[in-house]
Design a protein around this ligand. Structure first.
Ligand SMILES: Cc1cc2nc3c(=O)[nH]c(=O)nc-3n(C[C@H](O)[C@H](O)[C@H](O)COP(=O)(O)OP(=O)(O)OC[C@H]3O[C@@H](n4cnc5c(N)ncnc54)[C@H](O)[C@@H]3O)c2cc1C
Length: 367
C-alpha cells in the first residue's frame, strides 16, 4: 500500500526533527523516517549539550540564522514547558600566535568581533589580564585576547530516550527505565558497570532469652550497633524482641569476604553457622541470650567498593536511572529515595543533594 505525504524527511537528527516540526506546524502532511530510534547516540546530535553563540565566528552569513534560532528555542520552551536553552555568558579567546582556522574560518576571534559589531550584539573585549582576573579557573599564557558575549550559552539535547523492556509476560516501551533490581542489578546495566556491585550473603539470627524476654522488649532494650574489632566486619547489631516470648531477639553481623550471586546463593542457614555466631559474637557480649536459635534467615547485601549508594543515570543511556542503595544501609532512606527518583525523572534534578552517589566515582565514566 502506498501512503501519501506532502514531504518525507529522511533522517531525524537535529536538522530533520526541526524540519518535521516546522512543516507540521505549517500544516503539511509530513513523514519523518530514521534508521534508528531518535534521539539516539549514534549520529551527531547527542552528548547532553551544544554551545550556542550569537556573533558567529564562522561568518556573518550565519548570524540571522542563529538569532532566529534563539527565538525559536524560546518558543519551543514555552510550548513544551521544558528548558532547552541556558544562557551562561561565553568567552572566546585566542593566542596572538594562533593562526589556525576554526570551522573553516581564518581569524575566528576577529570574525566573531566583526559579526558582533555588524549586528549590534552585546559584548566586551578582554585582554589576558582581564580574562585571568575574571576567570581564574583558566591558566593563560599571557598573550591571549578575548571576546565575552553575555548571550552565549548552551542548548540541552534531548536525552536518548525510549527503552524497551522484554519480559516473559510481554514487551513494554517507556521513555525511562528505573533499574532498582537490588542484587540482580548486574545484567541490566552492562558488563562495564556490573563489577561495581558485589553481592554478599548475610545471615540474621533470632536467639532465645535465657530468662524472661521482657528485659529485651522495646522500652527495656534498644536497637544497637556494636563495633568491637579491627576489621570492618567485627561488629554486631540487634533489635528489641518484638514477638512473643518464643520469638527470640534478632541479632546479626556482616561479612564482606565471600561474594556470591543472587540465584546461586545458599539460602539455608546451617547449624555450624548458628553455633559459630553464638560462640564468636553473642555468648560473651549478650550473656542473657541462650544458644537456642529460634529462627534464622539469609539476606543479600549489594555492595559497592566504598559501601555508598548509587543513584545516577546510566553513563551510556540517560534514559536509564540506576538506583542501588543497599550496601546494608539503604532501607531507612527508601521513602525519600522514591521521591528523589520521581524528581530526577520529572524535573531532571532532586531537592536532596545526591551528587555523592554518582557511578562515575568507580568507573571514571562521565554521567
Ligand atoms: C561532538 C560534537 C560536538 C558539537 N558541538 C556543537 C556545538 O557546541 N554547537 C553547535 O551548534 N553544534 C555542535 N555540533 C554540531 C551539531 O551537533 C550538528 O551540526 C548537528 O547535530 C547535525 O545534525 P544532523 O541532523 O545533520 O545529523 P544527525 O544528528 O547525525 O542526524 C542524521 C540522522 O539521519 C539518520 N539516517 C541516516 N541515514 C539514514 C537512512 N538510510 N535511513 C534512515 N535514517 C537515516 C540517522 O540515523 C540520524 O538520526 C557538534 C557535533 C558533534 C558531533
Amino acid at each position: 500500500m502506498t501512503k501519501s505525504f506532502d514531504v518525507v524527511v529522511l533522517g531525524l537528527g537535529a536538522m530533520g526533527s526541526a524540519s518535521v516540526f516546522q512543516l507540521a506546524k505549517k500544516r503539511k502532511r509530513v513523514l519523518g523516517i530514521d534508521q534508528f530510534s531518535p534521539p539516539h547516540q549514534l549520529g551527531s546530535s547527542h552528548g547532553d549539550t551544544r554551545i550556542i553563540r550569537q556573533a558567529i565566528g564562522e561568518g556573518e552569513e550565519y548570524v540571522p540564522m542563529v538569532l532566529r534560532s534563539y527565538e525559536l528555542w524560546r518558543e519551543i520552551e514555552a510550548s513544551t514547558g521544558k528548558q532547552v536553552l541556558s544562557i551562561t555568558g561565553g568567552l572566546i579567546m585566542a593566542s596572538t600566535k594562533s593562526e589556525a582556522s576554526l570551522h573553516g574560518s581564518n581569524g575566528f576571534l576577529n570574525q566573531t568581533i566583526r559579526s558582533a559589531q555588524k549586528f549590534g550584539i552585546d559584548h566586551s573585549l578582554l585582554d589576558a589580564h582581564q580574562i585571568q582576573s575574571r576567570f581564574p579557573q583558566f591558566h593563560l599564557a599571557g598573550d591571549e585576547h578575548g571576546y565575552y558575549e553575555p548571550a552565549m550559552g548552551f542548548l540541552f539535547l534531548p536525552a536518548a530516550n525510549g527503552v524497551t523492556v522484554k519480559t516473559s509476560a510481554g514487551r513494554y516501551t517507556a521513555d525511562r527505565l528505573v533499574v532498582s533490581a537490588g542484587s540482580w542489578i548486574g545484567p541490566f546495566i552492562g558488563q562495564d558497570l556490573a563489577p561495581c556491585f558485589k553481592v554478599y550473603r548475610q545471615v540474621l539470627y533470632w536467639f532465645e532469652a535465657k530468662d524472661s524476654i521482657d528485659a529485651y522488649g522495646p522500652g527495656n532494650f534498644p536497637i544497637f550497633i556494636w563495633q568491637f574489632g579491627g576489621h570492618h566486619d567485627d561488629f554486631i547489631y540487634g533489635f528489641p524482641a518484638i514477638d512473643a516470648s518464643d520469638g527470640g531477639i534478632k541479632v546479626a553481623s556482616e561479612q564482606h569476604i565471600v561474594d556470591t550471586d543472587p540465584d546461586g546463593v545458599d539460602r539455608k542457614v546451617h547449624e555450624e553457622e548458628i553455633s559459630e555466631m553464638y560462640r564468636n559474637y553473642i555468648r560473651e557480649r549478650l550473656p542473657g541470650l541462650s544458644q537456642k536459635c529460634v529462627r534464622a534467615a539469609v539476606c543479600l547485601y549489594t555492595s559497592t567498593p566504598d559501601s555508598g549508594f548509587v543513584i545516577d543515570f546510566h553513563p551510556q543511556n540517560r534514559g536509564v536511572l540506576i538506583v542501588s542503595p543497599c550496601s546494608g544501609h539503604g532501607f531507612k532512606h527508601s521513602a525519600a529515595i522514591g521521591e528523589v527518583v520521581a524528581d530526577l525523572l520529572i524535573d531532571g534534578r532532586s531537592q536532596i543533594d545526591i551528587s555523592k552517589f554518582r557511578i562515575n566515582r568507580f568507573s571514571g565514566n562521565s554521567s
